[in-house]
Ligand binder design. Sequence first.
Ligand code: ADP
Ligand code: MG
Length: 719
Amino acid sequence: MQNIDIPVEKFVPIQPRALQRLHKLNIKTARDLLYHLPRRYEDYSNIKKISGLYEGEMATIQGTLTKISGRRAWGRRMIIIEGELEDETGTIPLLWFNQHHLLKTLNAGQRISISGKINHGKKGLYFQHPEYEILLQSETENNSNLRNTGRLVPIYPETHGITSRWLRFLIQKALEKIPESLDDPIPAFVKKKENIPSLHDALQKIHFPKTNHDITEAQKRFYFEELLFLQLKKRQTIALRRQKHAPRIIVDRMYEKKIITSLPFTLTGDQKKCIADITADLEKDRPMNRLLNGDVGSGKTIIAALSALLSIKNGFQVLFMAPTEILACQHFETITRLFKNEGIAVALLTSSEKRLVSPFGNFSKKTELTTFTKDGTAELIIGTHALLQGGYHFKNIGLVIIDEQHRFGVEQRATLLEKKPNETIPHLLSMTATPIPRTLALTIYGDLDISTIRELPVGRKKIITKIVRPARRTAAYQFIECELQKGRQAFVICPRIELPEENTSRTIAELLREEIKSVKKEYEKLSKEIFPHRKIAMLHGKMAPKEKKLIMQNFSAKDRSVFGREDAVIDILVSTSVVEVGVDIPNAVIMMIESAEKFGLASLHQFRGRVGRGEHQSYCLLFPSSENHEWNERLKAVATSEDGFSLAEKDLKIRGPGNLVGFEQSGFHAPLQQALCDVELVEKTARYAEKIFMEDPELSKYPLLSERLLRVHYTLHAE
Ligand code: ADP
Ligand code: MG
């Protein structure tokens, strides 16, 4: 039996350089290669004679190449390859640009097959940039071996130096080596009942389909497989968690009441309900695994802070992790201020800053802090994920809180929680502002309990969202100036540079550089031309943490008048789309987003959530990059809806779940996102998973399935 979980280079011959590139596509094993599923197909199955061609159609012609030559054009910068194809009914010109290698691959007199769109030029019909294939003697009669022309041709996710054409070649080689009886993780009884093709057949059909029906049949199989894994994994995780213990954290109700009344605001009903959910969980000896799902600005931090305080008062340490240093600092400052009379020792541990504020003094040496985390002196420890790699030890962690949990990888969560069964692990509270419709949340986050905050704190003013057409730009700047005069502040978000879908000759680093360039450009423009008298700063991912922090401090200074130095105060913050999720600056009332149509609804809503946090009327200004009307539907949805949950539902309808929540999969291949769109399939696989799991929780009857599940991990992240 052929094992496909072996390095891909042991399966098919590959040059070392090509192998490196395959690794970039995350193709490491033969299975990875075989599961590198087409993104779409080009239909070249319309095989015709030259005399019957017409403009605009997609066609394949098989005939003799009568001429081929190259010449330089455009001041020698481009090479044009010209050829001519002949069949018994006529001839047609072929045209390629910058494909020098064709002069070596193709020779006049050869029989070839050509596929592509028929163009019409000055001299009549011709093929521009067609796919080609050299026909062997036998293939002129029988087209079954055609790979790039004359059939439904797969188009794959590509990367620099890896074309679909080469992938087709490689995958065809791999497919030749897999036996009919290839190991299939889907249990036989399921396949039979659902009429699912074998893995061998499905792979043939998905890569080299004969008909469109082959494609749908094979896709359904791969969707089924992915969803079944997801469902089983979820059940495994739940079962594993049930075997574990957690410390019981008994909440002092009198103290809880006292502290809640002493807060500077009254908690909303939803906030109270969430705290009740959490404290009930903490008192059990099974680990809590709760997701706090609340819209931006709904007040999740205070819930986290209260849960932490109550756990600490019961004698436990609490870890509070944020995705960025800026957020960690912000939480540290909020909490130390909020609970300054509660006598707790709070530590901030990030890669650039380490300190402990406690009733018995402040400390900032790493050695001191290492001791204090270990001996339990530090009670609340706030930081980024660097906390987990910093070589710290803790005495008795009762609760772990993860803010913006979708930003954390599964590995990091695993470091915290995956210990042996029967061991005692801390309670876990994760928080996210990514509004996920409940049905979807249950599928994806199925192993979590969910508490939702839908209600915003009272007195919050509605944020006014406007789409600003290019012609109104100057007026919008005047409006912003008016707000700045009142002492308010503004965010400007620069366009995201999109990753081109295929054939990227540019690396991500290059794109990042470009994104930073666009921030610098916008910064120059605003500070020189539009608001020369204003203090403007920029923020982007390449800046050192210290530098970022200073800017954020100066930006929030106006609000808190901590520094009291007018010259340090920033009016406008120009930032890349990485603008820190969760930053809380109530004095900022304008969120201006350039090229707004390039962002998803969830991102736009997140950005908008950066304003409207204080007493002042706030505005979100969406600047589309052109007068184009394609963006209308989505931008209008944002402009007319304030509620993240209903927006998420709209996004789900407009674009499907894949864009609402992105998936990163490791050890996992095909497009799970698409599968998640199919509610019926989601439910069906849930039933099978339940049946399999109830009858055989160890999956001992299904070793293949159990082995595959070990390799599958799911991580969620927002777009
Ligand atoms: P998010 O849920 O996005 O993390 P935060 O926790 O940052 O939101 O809260 C946003 C702002 O609302 C903070 O300034 C916080 O102090 C304030 N806030 C939280 N709860 C309430 C409440 N019940 N009433 C008034 N303001 C509140
Ligand atoms: Mg937050």
